[in-house]
Design a protein. Structure first.
Length: 133
């Protein structure tokens, strides 16, 4: 179980590194989606969307997907901004630390397996950690 917990902590560290690298300062880590007043629509008949940081210092990205709704993609990106990701990492780390301190009870093992599931596509994930149905 310690291998899984150590691996999970490493994944949370990597998520934190990625989230922090996505913004130029903590105050700009909250993003919002908005319709652009400038430029041409991404698709005929629809507005062009963009995502900007909370300091309104610049556009994080212009949303111009080929196979999805611009609004849906923009809202999804903004909803999963660095600030939210960092809050989720903190919550997961607290759960992980609390459960690990409690001991290796079978229920806790199942929870560790569930916490690892979102990272199943990352290097080092072991199939033995897959949750049992």
């Amino acid at each position: 179980m310690d291998d899984l917990v150590d691996w999970l902590r490493a994944q949370l560290d990597e998520d934190k590194r990625i989230a922090q690298a996505a913004t130029w300062c903590d105050d700009a880590a909250t993003w919002r989606a908005a319709v652009s007043e400038y430029g041409t629509p991404a698709r005929p008949g629809g507005p062009r969307w963009y995502v900007e940081d909370s300091m309104e210092d610049g556009v994080v990205t212009t949303v111009d997907p080929q196979a999805s709704a611009d609004e849906g993609v923009a809202l999804h990106i903004a909803e999963h901004d660095p600030a939210r990701v960092l809050r989720e990492i903190d919550a997961k780390r607290r759960v992980l630390n609390t459960l690990h301190e409690e001991g290796g009870d079978r229920m806790f093992a199942d929870i560790f397996h569930l916490l690892a599931l979102p990272y199943a596509d990352r290097p080092g994930y072991r199939q033995e950690w897959a949750p049992t149905p």
